[in-house]
Design a protein around this ligand. Structure first.
Ligand SMILES: Nc1ncnc2c1ncn2[C@@H]1O[C@H](COP(=O)(O)OP(=O)(O)OP(=O)(O)O)[C@@H](O)[C@H]1O
Ligand SMILES: [Mg+2]
Length: 424
């Protein structure tokens, strides 16, 4: 192994202009990591001192936690400029005689996009889940670039994230594409994200869908033909294709099949290109055994958040409300520090500990809720305190607990059909 350094740590630098002094930035980073200053959980330095005019923020990957010295850690730099342009909506025209409607067939971003800044960090899962997805993807792109024989090692570059609603699958696909655009900028000059609007293609426009699919894919192929471009194609809620297959009955069987076949054929053609990655999501696990899904070589189940993730999701909401001075600044422990605290005997006047324990209890009572719901509860909690001029953390936690209880009561009422608070 020679003098290989034991650990790699990715350092992603969002620059504000094209020509920046890379050496100066690297010296800043080296000084920072060796200074022993601890970074907050998401490991971001905003507007670094002395570099304000050229760097927006610097971000480290999780390995920064284990950083000991520059001799043992290789810092891998990625410099990128955020694209300010939002999505372009690709409108396809349906040529049918009865209707000359326009179909919003896809959304197209050039990455890294401002729309997805911070998305990766905002998604909280068990340690390693996000990084592992990224490693799978990087491996599959490397294999295709090096032309590994797919008959010897099968690798389709199709990924499926499946699991219950609201667990962050769609967001994670977008975040992965954004991360790739930053991490793989050495290999690809441009990264595109094309989000296919399955609903408008597959549900409403059956008789025309086959043609629309062809049109859409021929547009995608135009981008794919540039070898310097990485093209991430997102097919959200892929069960709508599965649905089309299973609904082959009544008057439209041939149309439905034609659409499905068109998609499968097009996907088969497009995935032959080494610079294409297909990201798919589904929340109907029962229907994922269709031909399309069989092609996926990485299938990852995204479950409801665990206590640790819930705690961290609530904590990120609290920190955000402190940042904008809606809640008064007060310290509260991160999940990983909770254990150490329990071992201390005298905690009687430790409010930081008490507050953290209170949040932990709320997190435990929130098991079974999706990330989407968890992100709403702090909002509901604040609405209970809107009259207060000053909100201290303890009051906010009480309100959080109450909002959670209300939410659980309401969902129970919804599922049993009983009336609560006159909402139904
Ligand atoms: N594990 C998580 N950590 C942080 N935020 C989460 C998490 N899971 C979901 N969210 C938040 O919930 C919202 C909904 O996520 P998203 O739409 O990606 O979920 P989904 O799994 O695609 O849902 P659906 O199955 O309904 O399409 C997003 O704002 C996301 O940030
Ligand atoms: Mg989704």
């Amino acid at each position: 192994m020679g003098d290989k350094k034991a650990m790699k740590c990715h350092v992603e630098v969002a620059v504000l202009k094209k020509n920046v002094d890379l050496q100066k930035i690297q010296s800043f980073v080296e000084r920072f990591v060796t200074s022993g200053v601890k970074l907050k959980s998401n490991a971001i330095i905003q507007k670094p001192d002395g570099l304000e005019d050229c760097v927006e923020f610097i971000q480290f990957d999780d390995n920064i936690k284990y950083f000991k010295s520059l001799n043992e850690t290789q810092l891998v730099y990625h410099f990128y400029k955020i694209n300010e342009r939002g999505a372009e909506i690709e409108i396809l025209e349906s040529d049918s005689n009865e209707s000359n409607d326009e179909v919003p067939a896809s959304n197209h971003w050039l990455l890294p996009s401002r729309d997805f800044t911070g998305l990766w960090e905002s998604l909280i899962y068990e340690e390693g889940l996000k990084e592992n997805i990224l490693k799978y993807v990087e491996t599959s792109l490397l294999f295709s670039q090096r032309k590994v024989n797919p008959n010897i090692i099968s690798c389709n570059r199709i990924i499926l994230l499946h699991g219950p609603p609201g667990t962050g699958k769609t967001s994670l696909c977008k975040a992965v594409a954004q991360k790739l655009s930053i991490r793989m900028s050495q290999n690809f000059k441009y990264t595109h994200l094309v989000e296919i609007n399955s609903h408008s293609l597959f549900s409403k426009w059956f008789s025309e869908s086959g043609k629309l699919v062809m049109k859409l894919f021929s547009r995608i192929r135009e981008i794919v033909e540039h070898p310097q471009s990485l093209v991430c194609v997102l097919i959200d809620e892929v069960e709508s294709i599965a649905y089309a297959r299973s609904s082959v009955s009544g008057d439209e069987p041939r149309d439905a099949l034609r659409v499905v076949n068109a998609v499968l054929t097009q996907l088969d053609q497009i995935r032959k290109y080494p610079n294409v990655l297909i990201l798919t999501t589904s929340n109907l696990t029962a229907t994922i055994d269709c031909a399309f899904i069989d092609r996926a070589d990485i299938k990852i189940f995204i479950d409801f958040p665990t206590t640790r993730a819930i705690y961290e999701i609530y904590l990120s909401a609290i920190h955000e409300l402190m940042r904008v001075q809606i809640i008064q600044n007060q310290s509260i422990l991160v999940y990983d520090s909770l254990d150490n605290f329990e071992r201390i005997d005298d905690i009687s006047d430790c409010t930081e500990h008490e507050l953290s324990m209170k949040l932990l209890k709320i997190a435990e009572q929130s098991i079974g809720l999706s990330g989407r719901t968890l992100r709403k509860i702090p909002f509901l909690a604040h609405s209970l305190l809107v009259e207060n001029d000053v909100i201290v953390l303890n009051d906010f936690l009480n309100a959080l607990k109450l909002s959670l209880q209300n939410h659980l009561k309401d969902t129970k009422a919804l599922s049993t059909g009983t009336q609560v608070n006159g909402y139904l």
